[in-house]
Ligand binder design. Structure first.
Ligand SMILES: Nc1ncnc2c1ncn2[C@@H]1O[C@H](COP(=O)(O)OP(=O)(O)OP(=O)(O)O)[C@@H](O)[C@H]1O
Length: 530
């Protein structure tokens, strides 16, 4: 016989409601008692009660289920892919695949770093321990919670022997003050805030990072941002906050080691893709372009450098009276660097100076040695080039040209603000502790404005030294393309970017930058300051 419960004792309200309705309907309807009896008995049966109870339990548990890490889903997918592509997966792998595929493992929501700390389960003891404290977060500010501490109670709930997911659930449901009962770890685990500052040379968005332990704990930043690295104890995930932003808690960022690995891996992937696309041997698609360059070698070779720019350690450099930092104007050919330099020197020749270049060509009528050029022999220029004493050099129409490094140093030590506008390749000679240059990238404005401003000022093309004509649209487009390439490969060397749209405004911005250089401490490579 089926065990039957009276309606009043039924735990599920919906089910007991249904039974009550059934009794009412029975009185009103003239139907078979047997059918009603059967239905009522089934609804009241212990078996159905138990089934509904289990169903409700599973549903409510599902609502509160939280993955331990926010990237749990990505890890599961990666694992499933790995198993899927294995030729002969083991029985364990097949079982794991089935488990990961089951519906209750396919749902999940990110775990919030509610108290500014993450927890993990000790693999050996099973204890719940504090895995990471986010600098500046609630846990850090309390000063009472430390990495390695064992969690015994959360808001009065005894959690020894339970799982991180359970602890997380308690935290998610908590309102107001959260109390922990912790067994402290050894004092060696206490956090010490590092003093390291770095300049980031890449953009980072934790929301796009599949591997960060907790997306919500990540810190986003852009290329050029100065970051205060507060903890480097984890080899893969550093903790940082944006410089000067003491109000916020620190966030996770990829360590240098991790970022370098990522860059190397994506480069290798790109190389493989390119290899797969191109036939085994092929001739260049077109003949190399002939470009008029005053001093430098071919630019293509310089863009192939394997340097990996991730973080550069920086320190503040205070203005040094009597020893101004040289100003280096970098930019694409024709953008107006010469014009800006000329204006600076014209404005105050006693303050701004530019080294006089050397040339092996004979002087033209009216040219003065030491003012227009230093007229020297080709041998002399070659000699200086060989020992790395020319910041840039090259051939033009059968003659050699070059700018001596020593002349820049002499002018700087004499107290002048040296202004140079070399080819970007010269940065490798100029960016040194001895000179500590301030590098400004002069950028062209978008094409429409570039065309308009150059036409309005009757600007002269620098692409063809022998004619006195305006820039062609083709040349302006080349200028923009070249700017893009320089920015892409050298932006880690720029201290400032000035868009040369309206010449007078660009010049004002240049003067403002120089004013800051003379009056404010600025971030430079840490190796220049030590
Ligand atoms: N913002 C501007 N608006 C209008 N004309 C400009 C502007 N900036 C520069 N020019 C003009 O553009 C021309 C090229 O400038 P400039 O000679 O300074 O280029 P450059 O960057 O030194 O080029 P290159 O490196 O090829 O020698 C000049 O006639 C200059 O007066």
């Amino acid at each position: 016989m089926t065990a039957v419960l009276p309606a009043a004792q039924m735990a599920d309200q919906a089910l007991s409601g249904l039974v009550a309705r059934l009794e009412q309907a029975r009185n009103r309807l003239d139907s078979d008692d047997e059918d009603f009896g059967f239905l009522a008995e089934m609804l009241k049966s212990r078996g159905l009660q138990a089934l509904v109870h289990v169903h409700n339990k599973v549903n409510s548990a599902k609502k509160n289920m939280q993955p331990v890490m926010s990237n749990a889903e990505d890890i599961a997918i990666a694992l499933m892919k790995e198993i899927h592509y294995k030729n002969i997966p083991s029985a364990d792998a097949i079982e794991l695949f089935a488990l990961l595929q089951s519906p209750h493992l396919q749902e999940g929501k990110g775990a919030e770093p509610i108290v500014g700390a993450t927890i993990k389960q000790d693999e050996q003891t099973g204890a719940i321990i504090i895995a990471r404290i986010l600098h500046g977060g609630a846990a850090d500010r309390s000063g009472l919670i430390h990495v390695g501490d064992e969690v015994h109670e959360v808001n009065g709930h005894y959690v020894v022997g339970s799982t991180p997911a359970h602890v997380l659930q308690i935290l998610m449901e908590a309102e107001g003050t959260i109390t922990f009962k912790l067994v402290p770890a050894g004092s060696s685990a206490h956090l010490r805030e590092s003093k390291v500052r770095v300049r980031a040379h890449f953009d980072y968005d934790p929301r796009q990072d599949k591997h960060i332990p907790c997306k919500e704990a990540g810190l986003s930043f852009s290329r050029g941002d100065i970051l205060h690295i507060v903890a480097q104890d984890d080899p893969y995930w550093w903790q940082a906050r944006r410089e000067g932003d003491r109000s916020m808690r620190a966030g996770l960022i990829p360590s240098r080691q991790l970022q370098e690995r990522r860059i190397a891996a994506s480069r290798a992937e790109a190389k493989n893709k390119a290899k797969a696309k191109s036939p085994a041997s092929c001739a260049p698609a077109s003949a190399p372009k002939v470009k008029m360059i005053h001093y430098d070698a071919a630019e293509s070779e310089d863009f192939d450098r394997e340097e990996v720019a991730t973080y550069e350690e920086v320190a503040r450099l205070y203005p040094r009276p009597g020893l101004p930092r040289p100003v280096v104007l970098i930019g694409p050919p024709g953008v107006g660097r010469n014009e800006l330099k000329r204006r600076l020197v014209a404005l105050d020749p006693e303050k701004f100076r530019s080294p006089v270049p050397m040339t092996s060509r004979p002087p033209r009528a009216g040219e003065v040695n030491g003012r227009d050029y230093q007229f020297v022999t080709r041998e002399k220029l070659n000699e200086l080039a060989e020992v790395g004493q020319l910041v840039e050099h090259g051939e033009y129409k059968g003659h050699m040209y070059g700018t001596p490094l020593e002349d820049i140093k002499t002018l700087m030590n004499a107290g002048y603000v040296v202004v140079v506008n070399p080819h970007y390749q010269a940065l490798k000679y100029l960016r040194c502790a001895e000179l500590k240059p301030y590098v400004i990238f002069i950028e062209p404005p978008p094409l429409a404005l570039l065309k308009e401003s150059r036409a309005a000022a009757q600007a002269k093309s620098t692409f063809d030294a022998d004619t006195d004509r305006p820039f062609t649209e083709e040349e302006l487009k080349k200028m923009l393309k070249s700017a893009q390439r320089i920015r892409y490969h050298y932006s880690h060397c720029f201290d400032e970017v000035i868009v040369n749209d309206v010449l007078s405004s660009a010049f004002t911005r240049l003067m403002d930058a120089i004013q800051r250089l003379e009056s404010e401490p600025l971030w430079v490579s840490a190796s220049w300051v030590q």
